[in-house]
Design a protein. Structure first.
Ligand SMILES: Cc1cc2nc3c(=O)[nH]c(=O)nc-3n(C[C@H](O)[C@H](O)[C@H](O)COP(=O)(O)OP(=O)(O)OC[C@H]3O[C@@H](n4cnc5c(N)ncnc54)[C@H](O)[C@@H]3O)c2cc1C
Length: 415
């Protein structure tokens, strides 16, 4: 690479940071990915459900979410929990979430999310060829056990078709046809054939390899501040006082982005949304299509011979304790849909937990920091970070070249 290549420092080596680094390196940048944790244990990207979901065109903030959330708060095993606490940032986040949980907001975002997802889906297919990882293109099954759940999902399927997405409402016979080798206890569901899945760890390793082959480097360090002079970031400063200089800086710190954004003068509302996963090794009755279990909000993903089962959304600040009652809720829900499995299959398994970086309007933050020409934010992807990783990387690379992202994604939209 020529000495004149622009240098870009990316803070955060999760899926968003790595995708940004890969697309920048491909367009000729010298990239350095800085992460404080080389093991990746803290990153939310490692052992998530691995689903690529154009079917998720409804933002997290949507009508009915608050009333459902309040009902779930009363049930210790439910898939949602908000830990009540005195915290001004949480109060502001909740207020913005409340303001955006309406039909107008959903209508304003659905096409944007669809377009981002479809572009990302195409980029995944290209990346699978370039970087050699396994992309399973069999769609996603949304499975329902209640009439009310099936009715809701049938309406989602209709909305998906109005947006030009493929969605097939299925009865039990059609589900058996799609999943002939696995018993599933569901009264029906919806098959979204354009969705896909992969093993996120395999994808992240492939990205790291690709970045290294393009000359990118990986640095273990914790960034605590930025030095800004004349409306440009000059360097990122680490805990030990070391400075990392570059032409451009990308903040992709997931749920930990807000304090760093603050040092750029940017208020970036993000709450950590904790989720858990289990990976059942060498599973017996292995489904071939990934699924979401409507009533328990549990995700089920075959990964090679293994099966990953994940769920819960706990708005808990950035703390990573494990709640065994909620874990039991995930297992119960999964075994209720897949009767070949029982609680004992999970006895020896260690749960993984990750913090989804949740913005209050359900849209990611992708854009330049106002008034600072060389600082870009890529964060707040909540439950879509893997799915939107490649399109985010492509957008970050465009922003560095002088492009603009959609204003609805602007990191300064909350002031
Ligand atoms: C159970 C579960 C299942 C999920 N399933 C899916 C799915 O199927 N599909 C999907 O699209 N999404 C899914 N998600 C969401 C997805 O995992 C996240 O949106 C995504 O991983 C966020 O990626 P990120 O790169 O923004 O953040 P992270 O992966 O958390 O990466 C941020 C990185 O920044 C580093 N960092 C932070 N601050 C600093 C600092 N100051 N200095 C240096 N380094 C720093 C951290 O160490 C971390 O490695 C799931 C999440 C969970 C919890």
């Amino acid at each position: 690479m020529s000495r004149q290549s622009p240098r870009t420092v990316i803070i955060g080596g999760g899926v968003v940071g790595l995708c940004s680094a890969y697309f920048l390196a491909k367009s000729g940048h010298q990239v350095a990915v800085i992460d404080r944790d080389p093991s990746g244990r803290e990153s939310c990207s490692n052992r998530n459900a691995g689903m690529i979901v154009p079917s998720h065109f409804t933002p997290l903030a949507a009508p009915g979410v608050i009333s459902q959330g309040l009902k779930w708060m009363l049930n210790r095993k439910s898939p949602f929990y908000l830990r009540p606490r005195f915290d001004l940032q949480l109060a502001k986040w909740c207020w913005q979430f409340f303001r955006h949980s309406n039909r107008r907001h959903v209508e304003n975002c659905s096409e944007l999310l669809r377009d981002l997802s479809l572009e990302s889906r195409c980029l995944f297919a290209e990346l699978a060829d370039e970087l050699s990882f396994d992309l399973v293109e069999r769609g996603l099954l949304m499975l329902c056990q209640s009439e009310a759940g099936l009715k809701e999902e049938t309406e989602v399927a209709e909305a998906a078709r109005r947006l030009g997405l493929q969605a097939e409402v299925c009865g039990p016979a059609r589900i058996r046809e799609l999943e002939p080798g696995t018993r599933i206890d569901a009264i029906g569901g919806v098959w979204f054939p354009q969705d896909a899945h992969l093993d996120p760890e395999e994808f992240l390793s492939a990205l790291r390899r690709g970045i290294a082959e393009l000359g990118g480097v990986f640095i273990t360090d914790q960034i605590v501040d930025f030095r800004v002079t004349e409306q440009r970031v000059h360097s990122a400063v680490s805990l030990s006082g070391e400075t990392h200089c570059a032409d451009f800086f990308v903040l992709a710190g997931g749920a930990w982005s807000p304090p760093l954004a603050k040092s750029l003068g940017l208020e970036l509302p993000i709450q950590g949304g904790k989720g858990y996963s289990f990976t059942l090794p060498n599973s017996g009755e292995l489904p071939v299509i990934c699924s979401l279990l409507k009533e328990g909000r549990v995700a089920v993903t075959p990964m090679g011979r293994d099966l990953r089962v994940s769920g819960t959304m706990e708005i808990c600040g950035n703390e990573l304790s494990i709640d065994p009652v909620r874990l039991a809720g995930i297992i119960e829900s999964f075994c209720g849909f897949y009767p070949a499995y029982s609680k004992t299959d999970f006895e020896e398994l260690e749960p993984w937990e990750g913090l989804r970086p949740c913005s209050p309007d359900g849209l990611p933050y992708i854009g330049k920091v106002r008034g600072i020409g060389n600082a870009i934010v890529a964060s707040g992807h909540a439950m879509l970070g893997l799915s939107l990783g490649p399109v985010t990387g492509r957008l970050v690379s465009d922003l560095v070249k002088g492009g603009e992202a959609d204003r609805r994604l602007h990191p300064g939209r909350f002031g």
